[in-house]
Design a protein around this ligand. Structure first.
Ligand SMILES: *[C@@H]1O[C@H](CO)[C@@H](O)[C@H](O)[C@H]1NC(C)=O
Ligand SMILES: *[C@@H]1O[C@H](CO)[C@@H](O)[C@H](O)[C@H]1NC(C)=O
Ligand SMILES: *[C@@H]1O[C@H](CO)[C@@H](O)[C@H](O)[C@H]1NC(C)=O
Ligand SMILES: *[C@@H]1O[C@H](CO)[C@@H](O)[C@H](O)[C@H]1NC(C)=O
Ligand SMILES: *[C@@H]1O[C@H](CO)[C@@H](O)[C@H](O)[C@H]1NC(C)=O
Length: 479
């Protein structure tokens, strides 16, 4: 090898002994330098990432208390939900509710769109129809549930495992038939039926119903309120997934080190929270000026973390069909005193008292205060607007008018964003016990930083709302 190298370099044996050994040292040095650059550098950044990730996962697993009361929704609850829907249809004077696989179908029948059609929503209608059925002697209203399915798919529909008392009632249509006529003849033979259609149903289906003897109306009123009002089992699942997501952020924070990028932090949080079976829905990590747009801008994820960075994390995961959507804004721990400083008994690194840092602390407190005031308005019969207005007043009064650029929050359940929506114009919607909402005020200062705190509130029958995402934030170092 050596001789080959020397001859390639034009160095022959005629060259003296001393220069030859020098060249060998030179070559060795270059090789070692290249090796170090090639191997050590990625290795050391890799090891920082691995170290932080391991620390985060270990911290997280110290206490998984939030999983204790989370149970999958039982079959009977799906039947109860359909009975509640039937009662709401009855008081609304509507003959039936029509939906196709999607979130609402998942809510009433435990089947989501991807479970029904893993490829794409197709042109053949597969519909669920719930009709109110009134017991003539007792007046009790129960759900009569039916499905409209292409004939060749009937077997597959039966295999979906849709919770039901006995066999599913399936009305089938052949490929050359009019499916809407089939539905009309099968379930609504003598009257002009009014059907309420789910908000997720596709337009051509509504047109098909309208053109074939049905009168359709959009989702609203008591029917919409059924899914908005959470059952105790749903509340426990929301509590588990939302508290768990915040605990994931909280477990990770003390492990984070300057030098990591936004993308690193995204991966560390995902890998931490996924270890307990949470599925990623979204994970937004924004440092300083990137967080000045609430959902980020054209951030590449490459911004680097420092001890002065205001970190904003807004994350959502799914667990047993329920969604989290929480946000925390924080600093990582100040730098530790180096060994030399400790040995020489020198003071630690200075705490940064820049004006910018002071403003971060101040804004953090204002946003928390805004959330506190909003929290007081989550009472039965408050308007959806009043909650937003309470938070906005705190931010406006503190001199940050115009920096809280979005609504205060939204309902949350199997979907991260559900109705009702908490914006200052929504005076029509009254809050009801059992409704669950995000409260997520924020202040966004372009070119500087953004702060948002987001927790989940459950409206109670009596007394103040309950925060079901665990402890609220305490300080930028205790998010
Ligand atoms: C609902 O669907 C999920 C996912 O397919 C399944 O694990 C669960 O057992 C179903 N629940 C019932 C009550 O059938
Ligand atoms: C109506 O309710 C009564 C009392 O619960 C019950 O015995 C009867 O079977 C019900 N009728 C129908 C049609 O379900
Ligand atoms: C259904 O509606 C049409 C058009 O409004 C009307 O002509 C017809 O009499 C109605 N039929 C019944 C059974 O109500
Ligand atoms: C303090 O923060 C400012 C603004 O973020 C920065 O420019 C400065 O370098 C920091 N000073 C120290 C000592 O870290
Ligand atoms: C809310 O308003 C409804 C309808 O006006 C009323 O029946 C109910 O008692 C109110 N609830 C509370 C907690 O005030």
């Amino acid at each position: 090898m050596k001789d080959e190298f020397e001859s390639k370099q034009g160095l022959g044996p005629e060259i003296g002994k001393r220069p030859r050994s020098l060249s060998r040292i030179w070559t060795a040095a270059v090789v070692v330098a290249l090796y170090l650059t090639w191997i050590i550098k990625p290795f050391s950044s890799q090891s920082q990432f691995d170290r932080v990730q391991q620390c985060s996962i270990e911290n997280f697993h110290k206490d998984l208390y939030f999983l204790e009361n989370a149970r999958p929704i039982e079959a009977q609850e799906f039947l109860d939900r359909r009975d509640n829907l039937a009662k709401a249809l009855h008081v609304s004077g509507v003959d039936g509710f029509v939906l196709e696989p999607g979130y609402t179908f998942q809510y009433y029948a435990n089947i989501s769109q991807p479970q029904w059609e893993p490829w794409e929503p197709e042109e053949r209608p597969f519909l669920m129809v719930v009709q109110p059925s009134v017991n003539a002697s007792t007046g009790e209203v129960k759900a009569k549930t039916s499905f409209l399915s292409p004939h060749f798919e009937e077997g597959r529909v039966r295999m979906l495992g849709i919770p039901s008392e006995g066999e599913l009632d399936i009305i089938v249509w052949e490929e050359h038939w009019n499916p809407y006529r089939t539905l009309k003849d099968g379930l609504f033979p003598d009257a002009n039926a009014t059907l309420m259609v789910d908000e997720e149903i596709r337009d051509f289906l509504v047109r098909g119903l309208d053109a074939n003897g049905f009168k359709t109306v959009g989702l609203g009123g008591e029917v919409e309120a059924v899914r908005q009002t959470k059952t105790p089992a749903e509340v426990e699942l929301l509590r588990a997934v939302n508290t768990g997501t915040i605990e994931g952020i909280r477990a990770m924070r003390p492990c984070l080190e300057a030098g990591l990028t936004e993308n690193d932090v995204i991966k560390i949080l995902d890998d931490t929270v996924k270890t307990i079976g949470f599925d990623l829905f979204f994970d937004i990590v924004l440092f300083d000026s990137n967080a000045a747009l609430p959902h980020g801008g054209f951030a590449t994820g490459d911004k680097v973390l420092t001890h002065e960075t205001m970190v904003l994390i807004d994350a959502g995961y799914h667990y047993l069909g329920y969604s989290s959507d929480v946000c925390r804004s924080f600093f990582i721990d100040p730098p530790k005193k180096s060994l030399i400083r400790r040995l020489l008994r020198l003071p630690g690194p200075e705490i940064n008292n820049s004006e910018l840092h002071a403003e971060k602390l101040k804004v953090w407190d204002i946003v928390l205060q805004a959330q506190t005031e909003a929290g007081k308005m989550f009472m039965p019969n408050s308007t959806a607007a009043s909650v937003d207005i309470a938070a906005r007043k705190v931010i406006d009064d503190a001199g940050y008018k115009g920096t809280f650029t979005h609504r205060l929050g939204h309902g949350i359940g199997i979907k991260a964003h559900e109705s009702p929506y908490l914006n200052k114009g929504n005076h029509e919607t009254l809050l009801r016990p059992g409704m669950t909402f995000t409260a997520e005020p924020g202040i966004y200062l372009e070119g500087k930083f953004g702060v948002r705190h987001e927790d989940i509130y459950l409206v109670k029958e009596n007394g103040p709302a309950e925060v079901i995402s665990g402890r609220r934030a305490v300080s930028p170092y205790e998010p």
